[in-house]
Design a protein around this ligand. Structure first.
Ligand SMILES: Cc1cc2nc3c(=O)[nH]c(=O)nc-3n(C[C@H](O)[C@H](O)[C@H](O)COP(=O)(O)OP(=O)(O)OC[C@H]3O[C@@H](n4cnc5c(N)ncnc54)[C@H](O)[C@@H]3O)c2cc1C
Length: 386
């Protein structure tokens, strides 16, 4: 049950009920097989949760970011993994904000109904890493098409997506040009592309995340799939990043709650030396500390959401929320394992799986160091370090 201080209590309770149909046994099997949680994603789609942020005129629920954050937090809190589909909620934001009326009419209703999945986001490349302006994938205009060549890495859910939002260089970098200029956002129809120059290779990772590397070999995409103006793609991608960071921060808060609940229950139950281990301060203090840190992170997530839903562009708060929540979830994960002793490592407790899953958010979608650099430069006015 949602607690009093938690907004959208009804939605939270409904999500918790849906998630109860997907217990640890379901996730463990998928984890072993590195398989996609198709039934879980389908259930979320049918319940309309993945279309919450799409305006009503396009068939979505037109709800604020706060509602989407509540959904993702509850998914994680229930021991499920929203990483399989969270991007379906927010990737469409770039299309919504910068697409033409015809593009929006063409795609958004189908994304809202779940007929089309837009949950692949092709930005990161093997050689450029966090330095997005240095990306090498090119989209060269030829008649009515763009011809795309290059490679992306860590393109999650590419195999489970009908559309990919791709960032590629449309103007070659020349002396004096800003590195982040000349990049464009192009919508790629994956079905059409697969037999025409797009190759997808899954990457096995420490957690089950359906991530891939993708290769473009003279892939032709209609020029009408360009989103917004040519050369301004980096700015368009940036505007979607705050929503992504805030939503992933909400997921981390959900993870932290799951770990804290598990650790607390076990500490009350497990008897060693004739008493519950939770009676020892050495066991209860780390759990209490994880709880305090989770609540502090939760407040920052709420503040970021409040500003975002009021129409601001809260870069500092979105970044801080993401960093503090990722730290809180990992601290809670570590404490949960320690509280369980040896059992924390056993697959059937789900803790080691969730531990692996939540570790990702120290690195993706933005690593902690880059958040600290952002705060140092943009909030504290310190010199740019890179
Ligand atoms: C499972 C998974 C799923 C992902 N999904 C997607 C996706 O769907 N789409 C997509 O585009 N990307 C995706 N990513 C990529 C992710 O966003 C990047 O991994 C992340 O942004 C870090 O970039 P990098 O791996 O290139 O690290 P690098 O940029 O190579 O950095 C390596 C390390 O050096 C540090 N570092 C680099 N530069 C500096 C600096 N100037 N100062 C201090 N420290 C620095 C970083 O913090 C990091 O710890 C995913 C990654 C993973 C692992």
């Amino acid at each position: 049950m949602a607690q009093e201080h938690e907004p959208f209590a009804e939605i939270r309770d409904a999500v918790a009920k849906l998630c109860a149909r997907f217990p640890g046994t379901y996730w463990r099997k998928l984890d072993r097989d590195m398989a996609y949680p198709q039934d879980f994603v389908q259930a979320l789609t049918e319940a309309g949760y993945l279309a919450m942020l799409i305006p009503e005129e396009y068939g979505g629920a037109g709800l604020p970011l706060a509602a989407a954050a509540a959904v993702l937090e509850e998914i994680q809190r229930a021991g499920c993994n929203g990483g399989a589909c969270h991007a379906q909620m927010y990737t469409m934001g770039t299309l919504l904000r910068h697409g033409s009326p015809a593009q929006k009419q063409q795609y958004l209703p189908q994304i809202a109904s779940g007929a089309l999945r837009l949950q692949a986001f092709g930005v990161t490349e093997p050689t450029s890493g966090t330095d997005t302006g240095a990306l090498r994938t090119t989209a060269r205009r030829e008649g009515d098409d763009f011809v795309i060549n290059g490679q992306k890495i860590w393109t999650s859910r590419a195999e489970q997506s009908d559309l990919m939002l791709l960032l590629a260089r449309t103007t070659p970098l020349t002396n004096g040009m800003k590195k982040t200029d000349g990049l464009s956002v192009i919508l790629v129809d994956m079905q059409q592309a697969r037999s025409n120059g797009l190759t997808i290779r899954p990457i096995r990772t420490m957690m089950n995340h359906a991530t891939t590397e993708v290769f473009f070999d003279n892939l032709r995409v209609p020029a009408e799939n360009l989103i917004g103006d040519e050369g301004k793609g980096f700015r368009y991608i940036l505007t979607g990043m705050n929503a992504e960071r805030i939503l992933i921060a909400a997921e981390c808060v959900g993870d932290a709650k799951w770990f804290i609940d598990r650790a607390t229950a076990y500490a009350k139950d497990r008897v060693v030396f004739g008493r519950a281990i939770g009676q020892n301060q050495g066991v209860q203090f780390p759990i209490a500390k994880a709880y305090a840190n989770m609540r502090a992170a939760e407040l920052m997530v709420r503040e970021a959401i409040r500003l975002y839903d009021a129409g601001a562009n809260p870069g500092a708060e979105a970044n801080m929320a993401k960093m503090l929540a990722a730290d809180a979830s990992f601290e809670a994960a570590n404490t949960c394992i320690q509280t369980h002793g040896g059992f924390g490592f056993a697959e059937e407790y789900d803790i080691e799986r969730k531990f692996r899953e939540t570790r990702l958010y120290q690195v993706a979608p933005i690593s902690t160091n880059l958040i600290l650099s952002y705060l140092a430069e943009h909030v504290l006015g310190l010199p740019r370090s890179y």
